[in-house]
Design a protein. Structure first.
Length: 430
């Protein structure tokens, strides 16, 4: 009895320890960037600046999609090198600081150039808009790059039993960051005015990690080539012949995550330009979908335990398809409210269910390797989905808003392909 009473207080002490708290504050900081820049204000800015009519609104969607794809492409290109840097040096904070500061500076420069009137043009657009998009790509790439080192840092913060608690604590603190980040919204009259305040908040809440966390250098027993990360990925793919069941799920997840990642990136511009949401209404919808995401991740934890991870992933995939289907045919804001809320549930649940299924499918000695490949699959899918969406809106821009509806419909096809492949997964653990 006394042991059970001490356990919560022990967890609280763990959460309030300086290393864990400062680590969680970085989740708080990077979530401010992710929600404010990636999901809301950058898409709003591009739509406001480029989307002067129905055709140009489709071009705005293309710019947003391609910018996200390019940032993800460079992440896929460099992520294996980052993994080798972690293994060779053990220096995580050093690179988190470096990449965060570059991302903060790029975000700040987005705000500077967004309010600068440059006479020069490129692709018939003011150079200032092109520069904002370029600095968004830089900011997002280095933001995502910092997360490679940040995620690996959790193993240094506690025991194997404590890590799930620390991870959950970081996610919870991150969601609070979403709310704090959106606190800038009432004080801005145009989307670009949120860029510089976001950069400042991103920096301020990163400082605890910069100060508190100490790197533990690794003494190398074996010198690895800087390119060994690519060889490891190639070797893992070769090994997949012996683990076809896991490869099948990775492929299914690739298509489902394609739809998820793309919908997140284009949600703001789709809701405002196509469905008719005001920016105020979308921000409220985003907050509600964040809440449903939290609820979904919690509820699907129990559903996964009750019906098994494979069936739970199927349920989440179906929920995603339904939400996208409603979004495609939404002719009123009330329909999109339903779509956004369901999407929030599927977004929060996919991570819980897919991670659990990976654990069920993988042999213990290969788990780290396959989780690495699982993360790599997610990064690659973040290239393809936005690329498909943006190409459709570009090619069909003459048809106005229907181009975006067709592009969103293509995400249903991707998710459906993922669900079909997922039926081939067998849950007997290897």
């Amino acid at each position: 009895m006394n042991h059970n009473q001490r356990k919560p207080s022990g967890n609280i002490a763990l959460f309030l320890s300086l290393p864990v708290l400062s680590w969680a504050f970085y989740d708080f900081a990077n979530t401010i960037f992710s929600s404010n820049i990636n999901t809301i204000f950058f898409p709003f800015y591009v739509e406001e600046s480029v989307g002067t009519n129905e055709q140009m609104k489709q071009i705005a969607s293309t710019f947003i999609s391609y910018a996200n794809s390019i940032a993800s492409f460079f992440l896929v290109l460099f992520a294996p090198l980052f993994g080798v840097l972690i293994d060779r040096t053990g220096q995580k904070k050093k690179y988190i600081m470096m990449f965060t500061l570059i991302s903060v500076c790029a975000t700040f420069l987005m705000g500077v150039f967004a309010q600068t009137n440059l006479e020069a043009t490129l692709w018939d657009l003011p150079l200032s808009i092109i520069l904002v998009i370029l600095f968004f790509i830089i900011a997002k790439f280095f933001f995502n790059s910092s997360l490679v080192f940040y995620d690996s840092m959790i193993g240094d913060l506690g025991t194997k039993e404590q890590i799930p608690l620390i991870s959950g604590f970081g996610v919870a603190v991150g969601y609070i960051g979403t709310l704090v980040g959106l606190a800038v919204y009432p004080f801005v009259d145009a989307a670009y005015q949120a860029f510089i305040p976001t950069a400042i908040l991103y920096l301020i809440f990163s400082i605890p990690l910069f100060i508190v966390i100490k790197d533990t250098p690794i003494v190398q027993t074996e010198k690895k080539s800087i390119f060994s990360g690519y060889k490891d990925i190639y070797k893992t793919f070769k090994d997949m012949k012996s683990y076809r069941n896991i490869f099948t799920f990775m492929l299914a997840y690739f298509f489902i995550n394609d739809a998820l990642a793309t919908a997140i990136a284009l949600m703001a511009v789709y809701a405002t330009a196509i469905v008719g949401f005001s920016s105020d209404a979308f921000v409220l919808l985003y907050l509600v979908s964040t809440v449903t995401s939290i609820i979904g991740s919690f509820v699907f934890g129990y559903i996964t335990k009750a019906v098994g991870a494979k069936r739970a992933v199927t349920f989440v995939g179906i929920l995603l398809v339904v939400s996208l289907l409603i979004a495609v045919f939404a002719v009123s804001t009330s329909m999109f409210w339903i779509a956004g809320s369901l999407f929030g549930v599927s977004l929060g649940s996919m991570w819980v269910t897919s991670r659990t299924l990976i654990v069920e499918l993988t042999p213990d000695e290969k788990r780290g390797e396959f989780f690495g490949l699982f993360a790599f699959s997610g990064k690659v899918s973040a290239i393809i989905g936005p690329l498909v969406y943006g190409t459709i809106t570009l090619l069909l821009s003459d048809y106005g808003n229907i181009a975006s509806r067709i592009a969103m419909g293509s995400m249903i096809i991707l998710a459906f392909i993922g669900l079909i492949i997922h039926t081939k997964v067998r849950t007997e653990k290897i």
